[in-house]
Design a protein around this ligand. Sequence first.
Ligand code: Y12
Ligand code: CO
Length: 171
Amino acid sequence: MIREILVYPDKRLRLKSKDVTAFDAQLHTLLDDMYETMIAKEGIGLAAIQIGIAKNILIINLVDEEGMQQKEDLIEVINPKITHKEGEEVYQEGCLSVPGYYDDVKRAEKIKVEYYNRFGEKIVQELDGLLAIAMQHEMDHLLGHLFIEKLSYLKRKKFEKEWKKKIKVDK
Ligand code: Y12
Ligand code: CO
């Protein structure tokens, strides 16, 4: 089922998500709904809080070398923890909860992350490139943070002004 995506400045996006304790059929349905929603909205990453569920769940599905988004490349991430970060990288990010706005954000270049898959199996991975960026972006959602909070003071002020104008026009 395609779910509604919360859009900034919805206060629920600021909630701190809680760990998943049951790796059951309800979790699997939620993950399936997240995937359907992300694909329908043309996203490459989604955190559960973006559909109003404050649980430590995120999904990432990057496009391959041919620009195709293959389901076999989908990563389902539950209760993630970053255990190591190194380097710095700047990437122009976007977010389904801030539609139409993109800006440069600085994040760690490489990370080591531990998480669980939908069956409760522990996964340990070292990530770099776009996957490392996407993982950090989505994990920020689990802490109630959006990428626009990482903008400089002036860029954030400009964003807020443009966003207020856009909300008025969209209404
Ligand atoms: C690098 C940086 C950030 C991420 C997080 C995942 N972000 C997204 O999936 C963003 C998707 C997105 C899609 C949009 O819709 C279309 O392009 C049709 C969009 O634009 C509008 O909604 C107007 C904005 C963001 C992963 C990796
Ligand atoms: Co986002």
